[in-house]
Design a protein around this ligand. Structure first.
Ligand SMILES: [Ca+2]
Ligand SMILES: [Ca+2]
Length: 561
């Protein structure tokens, strides 16, 4: 028989009839002690369900070392149980310990050594600068290291099939391409995700309603008549809190509305305190916003909206008085002050909420907002839509296609790229003038860009001659950039500033207007391009053979020079 100290029982007894209980007296009592007599396996996968045999009377927890197992099921006769191996247990193994409600436990001498499943990554989302990206796959929660161009990242939320990863603090440029590399607990090889797009942050509109009154109730207490009414609020029929109370000629608190829990604002990037109020024509009202921690902020000396609904939306963290404001502990309260309101305290409040950014009444939950309105990348030719890029013939000869070199090289980005080959028709420095590829870009708005760059990737075995021809002013202004690549069978990138690069002018100068255009060296940044075209020719006597992919426009250079 074992002896057990009875601290809990002692303290209970001390509250009752016993007065002399200073001693840690030892009592002989038979507490039920669990035992483990069998384990279905000491070596199984994380998340596997294993079965234990033994005495599991009142057993409430099963641990693998220090980590609790999941989904404990004890059989009715309490002689067996099933338990799921926790995914965060020590990889080197740990004893299995069962614990009952009497705090008695039994531990195996043998260690349970988990089998670590391999991790696979099936998808890496575009990366929002300063924010996050998502990794999908199998056992991605067992990734031990995720780097973006070599920089370590932090996991924000973790599931077996999905991880959300933060890139806060990593200097990334929207429009660029980065590599995401992985290490896993199973130490299995995971291919690096290459050329992942970096995009501008994409924030969706969200709001956390503190008081909306839509259930027809309010928690105001204080002077005056308080009701919830239904009516038109800035074009939407909704419920609103309505207070009609007496005013006082001095700073008197007459009522309050007190929240009972801290709203979870963690999902908001840029929280704004937003409310919609109305005071009746010829009347006024007032409240101040308070944090029950002791801070307050006020809004002038009383509201007087002349009978109109007004939205007030201000950064949540600004303008607090009474000490430092802690957004994580913000417990809202409205303090109604009839003194500031003058001779009446008449207020209608449609809602008080915390919004993602400044709210103007038009945003709806899920709307894309914030970040930047300009795209990270404008695709000109990525060749992914096969029907957009038919084969090109020169007479009877097939000279350009999405299907050439497919066995030889992979696309630079995506699955598709376009290749020109030689049909022997061209002499030295000849070109396929009638077999160009081009994209109408009249609808591409570059006004948001400060210095847009055009970039593309080429892949050739020998020296080539590639011309990018661009048009403005209904194709009267024609200028080109020439390239003479030899990329030795690898993809290489090329880029130039569309507006800050001197061009070779190919305009037709035979008319007066044409002659004017023919004198220009730069494109006009204030008007759209008509078209961007690629012409492939022979570099001297070298045979034509060049693949093209991923012609895009980005803010600034896409690739490090
Ligand atoms: Ca409302
Ligand atoms: Ca492509």
């Amino acid at each position: 028989m074992k002896k057990y100290l009875l601290y809990i029982l002692m303290s209970v007894l001390c509250l009752g009839a016993f007065t002399a209980c200073e001693d840690d007296t030892e009592y002989d009592i038979d507490w039920p002690v669990p035992t483990i007599t069998g384990v279905s396996s000491y070596n199984d996968l994380l998340s596997a369900t294993i079965t234990l045999q033994g005495n599991f009377t009142q057993v409430s927890k099963v641990y693998f070392g220090e980590v609790e197992g999941k989904n404990l099921q004890v059989a009715d006769d309490q002689s067996s149980l099933t338990i799921e191996v926790p995914r965060t247990m020590a990889v080197d193994g740990a004893p299995i310990r069962v614990t009952n409600e009497y705090r008695q436990s039994f531990e195996t001498a043998e260690l349970f050594v988990p089998i670590i499943p391999v991790t696979t990554v099936s998808e890496v989302s575009a990366i929002q600068t300063g924010l996050t990206f998502t990794i999908n796959g199998e056992n991605v929660d067992l990734l031990t290291e995720i780097t973006v161009d070599g920089e370590p990242t932090a996991v924000i939320s973790s599931g077996i099939n999905t991880l959300v990863v933060s890139v806060a603090g990593i200097d990334l440029k929207a429009g660029s391409l980065v590599d995401v590399a992985f290490k896993s607990l199973a130490k299995n090889e995971i291919p690096t995700a290459t050329k992942v797009n970096v995009i501008y942050p994409f924030i969706t509109y969200e709001e956390i309603v503190i008081w909306g009154f839509e259930d027809g109730t309010h928690i105001y207490s204080g002077e005056g008549t308080a009701t919830v009414e239904t009516g038109d609020v800035l074009g939407i029929t909704e419920k609103y809190f309505s207070l009609r109370g007496p005013g006082y000629g001095w700073d008197k608190a007459t009522g309050e509305m007190i929240a009972t829990e801290i709203p979870d604002l963690s999902s908001l990037v840029n929280p704004y305190l937003t409310f919609c109020i109305r005071t009746p024509e010829g009347s006024a009202g007032y409240f101040q916003m308070e944090d029950q921690a002791g801070n307050w902020r006020h809004f002038g000396y009383g509201f007087n909206t002349g009978g109109e609904w007004v939205i007030i939306s201000q950064p949540l963290e600004d303008s607090w008085e009474g000490g430092d404001f802690n957004i994580g502990a913000f417990m809202p309260k409205l303090g109604f002050k009839a003194g500031n309101a003058g001779s009446s305290q008449d207020l209608d409040i449609a809602y008080v909420k915390i919004t993602e950014g400044k709210y103007d009444g038009s945003q709806e939950i899920g709307d894309a907002i914030g970040g930047s309105t300009k795209p990270a990348v404008i695709s000109i030719m990525d060749f992914e839509e096969r029907n957009e890029w038919p084969d090109i013939m020169n007479g009877d000869n097939l000279i350009a296609s999405l299907d050439f070199r497919k066995d030889e090289i992979n696309a630079f980005v995506g699955n598709e790229f376009f290749t020109y080959v030689d049909d022997g028709s061209q002499g030295a420095w000849g070109a396929y003038w009638g077999q160009t590829i081009s994209k109408d870009v009249k609808d591409v708005d570059l006004s948001a860009f400060e210095d847009p760059y055009l970039s593309f990737a080429l892949n050739s075995e020998t020296s080539q001659y590639v011309i990018v021809r661009m048009y403005q002013y209904d194709e009267d202004l024609v200028m080109v950039q020439k390239f003479f690549p030899n990329t030795y069978g690898k993809w290489a990138t090329f880029q130039f500033s569309l507006f800050n690069t001197d061009m070779e002018n190919w305009s037709d100068g035979s008319t007066e207007l044409g002659a004017h255009y023919a004198s220009l060296k730069r494109f006009n940044p204030d008007i759209p391009f008509d078209r961007i075209e690629i012409i492939v020719g022979k570099n001297g006597e070298n045979p034509i053979g060049v693949s093209i992919d991923e012609m895009v426009i980005t803010e600034g250079a896409r690739y490090n020079e």
